[in-house]
Design a protein around this ligand. Structure first.
Ligand SMILES: [Zn+2]
Ligand SMILES: [Zn+2]
Length: 212
């Protein structure tokens, strides 16, 4: 899989470009303020981006959606239960003392696990509420292979878990999502979080202080 990530001030939130090395189709995941880097990376790899996939609708994960949509003209996907956050992005900005532009409306709400595709890769959409009501994790698997790469948004971090003090957050729900959905994956599954470095399911299962 072709995989690039970028993060910039002020949130240091990871945005991703994932692409198929055979067909050169790809997706953008959580374009925020680093959206120009993501668009450059897609171009550098000669990728045709077919969808913009959002793990959730906190402002740091969506402030680049409008710019990405204008550049690419492809559908924006979100879980329905986060649409109130998405439509409230201007108010979210105010909470952080930031002026944020409204974003173009979501085009498609995830329906069950999907799956969505890019080239020879399948994207399964796993509903993992707790950090927010409509949080999802994206499990990307190449056709014919069993191991997945997980994009978990702010559900799980290397050595930490997502905060649950924002509107719609709930600690018990979050822990259930991590233990029930993410920890069902094998230990060697690579996990890309919305902030910070990549990790693996096994490492978090063994060492994450919030989950021991
Ligand atoms: Zn978040
Ligand atoms: Zn975040």
């Amino acid at each position: 899989m072709i995989l690039e990530h970028a993060a910039v001030e002020p949130f240091h939130k990871n945005g991703f470009v994932a692409g198929c090395e055979d067909t050169r189709e790809g997706v953008l995941i959580d374009p925020g303020d680093e959206v120009d880097e993501l668009l450059d990376a897609a171009k550098r790899h000669g990728l045709t981006i077919t969808n913009i996939l959002l793990t959730h609708a906190h402002l740091d994960h969506i402030t680049g959606v409008g710019r990405a949509k204008r550049a690419l003209g492809v559908p924006v996907w979100l879980h329905r239960d986060d649409n109130f956050l998405y439509e409230g992005v201007v108010q979210q900005g105010r909470m952080f003392g930031l002026k944020v532009d409204p974003q173009p409306p979501v085009d498609e709400f995830y329906a069950g696990e999907g799956p969505l595709r890019f080239g020879r890769y399948q994207v399964r959409v796993l509903h993992t509420p707790g950090h927010c009501p409509g949080g999802v994790c994206l499990a990307v698997t190449r056709d014919g292979e069993s191991s997945a790469t997980l994009f978990v948004g702010d559900t799980l971090f290397a050595g930490s878990i997502g905060r649950t003090d924002l509107p719609g957050g709930d600690m018990d729900t979050l822990l259930r999502s991590i233990r029930g959905v993410l920890f069902a994956f094998p230990d060697d599954t690579v996990v890309w979080s919305g902030h910070g470095p990549a990790t693996t399911i096994g490492r978090e299962r063994r060492t994450n202080p919030f989950l021991l």
